[in-house]
Design a protein around this ligand. Structure first.
Ligand SMILES: [Zn+2]
Length: 465
């Protein structure tokens, strides 16, 4: 379950050259489900930013800074702004970019729709009038705080969930991928089989216990070598970081990872962690879809309300609602079986009791019935025609656009009657369509064609035999 880059990296330090194909993940993915990864968008302005000073990243010093003062240092392509410092977290490490506002001194504002890190500069893509914005201008940034807080809760929640999964399932569990969202996030882990409900319950239980222990979450910068020596290679859950200095995120006495994302100060701030779904997305990879914080609270309450409404509908107390629903379902299955049996008997009776019209030595019956089940109609028509050699039986099933089943007895067939040809010709004249074999044919007719009209048409054909 070790990521291939890490395997190669460790092997290299032991003097072993390990070659990882450039398209390793494509090769894996091609053998399994199509990957849900977007092709990485190539950053724009790679050359342009080099003339600008590097951006001071305020979100590292204080991930709770939601307002900040800054100065514009560059404008790119009439759509993006670079500042000397910023609290806007740029997309990265599976954490989406912040959004928010850049307030101008004249009272106007630019809307930040996305921030992207390009060579140590944060490029803010904005909507709004950039005509009065120039280098040197002071701005006040304000990030969309509810969104960022939710993303921080989900991000720290991802670390807690990963470690919980590792402790419940075993040391082979690594992070394969992760995408944080405001309402829901996903964590893909390496695991060789499906996660059972019982295991999942244990993982969720441990994760929420860590939350409630309200452990401190500390971040610090460390030289790469030192971090590896102290914490081991397990810090590379999001893949190998090429930098010489690593940002280490530590949940006290629980989990340590190299991670560039923004995190809450203590695990208690994450709020509930609830996994909605655990499914294998490819050989050896299980995807956990989960929510943290208010998003988890909202959905848990919704789910509870839904169960409460079900309990009201089935008229059973909440704690017995499952068995009440189960018995309703099995009762329903039994009833529909009995209803079908009753309708089939009724069908037999309707056929037998309908008076035949004698035409050219044959006995014609056109019988309207409620049943629409094609197999039941076919079986009934077939069995009647087998025991009545002179029978020409036409069943009209359902209402509205009606099903037609035509069966002819042996004697009728000997006289040259072909069910398929007869039905096809007749139905064509009345605006329907159909066809079939010598003894049995199927089709449909529009609602306005009455049984009498159909009987008249078929009788005409029989007369000309
Ligand atoms: Zn992280």
């Amino acid at each position: 379950g070790v990521p291939p880059e890490l395997a190669a990296d460790v092997a290299k330090r032991h003097g072993i050259e390990l070659e990882v194909p450039d398209n390793f993940y494509e090769l894996i993915a091609a053998r399994h489900e199509a990957p849900e990864v977007k092709p990485p968008e190539l950053p724009k302005y790679v050359e342009e930013v080099e003339a600008l000073p590097k951006t001071e990243l305020l979100y590292y010093e204080d991930p709770y800074a939601l307002r900040f003062e800054a100065r514009v240092v560059g404008i790119l392509g009439g759509e993006a702004v670079v500042l000397d410092r910023t609290a806007f977290y740029p997309e990265g490490g599976g954490q989406p970019s912040d959004v928010g506002l850049l307030r101008l001194e004249d009272g106007g504002a630019l809307e930040v729709v996305r921030a992207e890190k390009v060579k140590d500069r944060v490029v803010h893509y904005v909507k709004g009038d950039l005509s009065k914005v120039a280098a040197g201008l002071r701005v006040e940034g304000e990030i969309d705080w509810p969104r960022r807080l939710s993303l921080m809760r989900h991000h720290t929640g991802t670390h807690v969930l990963l470690e919980s999964a590792k402790r419940v399932l075993g040391d082979h569990v690594w992070q394969w991928g992760a995408q944080k969202g405001e309402k829901e996030s996903r964590l893909d882990i390496t695991h060789y089989k499906s996660v059972s409900d019982e295991e999942l319950r244990k993982i969720e239980f441990l994760a929420n216990q860590i939350v409630m222990e309200n452990r401190p979450v500390r971040t610090k910068w460390m030289p790469r070598q030192e971090a590896e020596r102290i914490y081991g290679f397990e810090i590379y859950q999001g893949g190998v970081v090429p930098d010489l200095t690593l940002r280490i995120v530590e949940i006290e006495d629980f989990n340590v990872q190299a991670c560039a994302g923004t995190h809450v100060r203590r695990t208690g701030e994450i709020g509930p962690i609830k996994v909605w779904r655990a499914r294998r997305i490819q050989d050896g990879v299980v995807r956990l879809e989960f929510s943290s914080g208010m998003a988890a609270v909202e959905r848990l309450l919704e789910a509870y309300d839904r169960v409460k409404r079900i309990s009201a509908v089935v008229g059973s107390p909440l704690e017995k609602v499952e068995s009440a629903v189960e018995s309703l379902v099995s009762e329903n299955r039994e009833l529909s079986k009995r209803l079908t049996a009753a309708l089939e008997r009724l069908l037999e009776v309707s056929i037998r009791e309908s008076p035949p019209r004698k035409v050219n030595g044959l006995e014609l019956r056109v019988v309207p019935v409620d049943l629409t089940d094609r197999k039941a109609l076919t079986d009934a028509a077939d069995s009647f025609a087998r025991s009545n050699p002179r029978a020409v039986l036409c069943l009209l099933g359902g209402s509205g656009q009606r099903q037609v089943v035509l069966a002819v007895g042996e004697e009728a067939a000997k006289r040259g009657l072909h069910a398929g040809k007869l039905l096809s010709g007749v139905l064509k004249r009345v605006g329907g369509r159909g066809g079939g074999q010598e003894r049995m044919a199927w089709g449909s007719v529009p609602a306005e064609v009455t049984p009498e009209r159909l009987a008249e048409e078929i009788a005409g054909e029989l007369r000309s035999l």
